[in-house]
Write a protein that binds this ligand. Structure first.
Ligand code: ATP
Length: 246
């Protein structure tokens, strides 16, 4: 069963065509990497999945439901590209509020906040105001929020952006760990090595179209690095690939 599906999705913003006939699916328990150059449409895909925007044409389903139905987001963890956190709140306060919003009973909140902050290594920063945290620590708070309530589906938009190499490695490890526990993952990223490590399959978006989709081993040619395959496909452009229009 697909936990997430886009069928023939087109999105126009005025005269700008952000997505054209996009088909994507994420089988339950699997992980899909969404790759594409700047402006390819990756964030738009995530926004449509979350019901933050509506498709101009086509159909989006999350957990078998239309994203307009709030129920579709139950058990879904999301980390946006730019995490906007309320700087005046302490880490604890922020996560407690979100734990309640995620549906946890009051009595279970403290343990859950402890669990997720230990998971991302910030359990010693709970009383600090978010505004005083470094970028990397703030990103960890974003991850802790996404991990609340052990999501069935994780939607991640460039989760490693701005992190140092150690932070990037940790992000990869966290995603891998939740994926191994059965969580389905959609990961939008510019880091090909991250996608290669974490994802079962990769979809490459270019100018709003899926120009390639498959296992990494199916996308790369003999001995080629994923980066070289990516550049080859992007330079070929959507018109020369002709994939993703079905
Ligand atoms: P990046 O890697 O730079 O984050 P992306 O692949 O996530 O890019 P999107 O943010 O999805 O790309 O944008 C796809 C296209 O749609 C871009 O041309 C962008 O300018 C346009 N776009 C996105 N949102 C809007 C909007 N609300 N109004 C108008 N145009 C938009």
């Amino acid at each position: 069963m697909s936990i997430l599906e886009l069928k023939g999705v087109t999105k126009r913003f005025g005269s700008r065509q952000a997505l054209s006939s996009v088909d994507l699916h994420l089988p339950e328990g699997s992980s899909l990497g969404l790759l594409g150059p700047n402006g390819a449409g990756k964030t738009t895909v995530l926004r449509l999945i979350l019901g933050l925007a509506s498709p101009t044409e086509g159909r989006v389903q999350l957990q078998g439901l239309d994203p307009e139905q709030a129920e579709s987001r139950k058990g879904v963890g999301y980390l946006p590209e730019r995490v906007l956190l309320p700087g005046r709140l302490s880490v604890r306060h922020f996560l407690e509020v979100h734990a309640r919003l995620a549906g946890l009973e009051a009595g279970a909140v403290a343990d859950e906040v402890k669990r997720v902050t230990e998971q991302v290594g910030i359990s010693d920063r709970l009383s600090e105001r978010i505004s005083t945290l470094s970028k990397g620590l703030a990103q960890r708070v974003g991850f802790a929020q996404a991990f609340l309530s052990r999501p069935r589906v994780l939607l991640l938009d460039e989760p490693s952006s701005g992190l140092d190499p150690i932070g990037m490695r940790e992000v990869r490890d966290w995603i891998q760990a939740v994926h191994e526990q059965g969580c389905s993952v959609l990961l939008s990223s510019h880091l090909l090595s991250e996608v290669e490590r974490v994802c079962d399959r990769v979809a490459i978006l270019h100018e709003g179209r899926v120009i390639e989709e498959g296992k990494t081993s199916e996308i790369v040619h003999d001995g080629e690095a994923l980066e070289d395959a990516f550049i080859r496909l992007i330079k070929g452009g959507p018109s020369s690939q002709g994939v993703g229009e079905s």
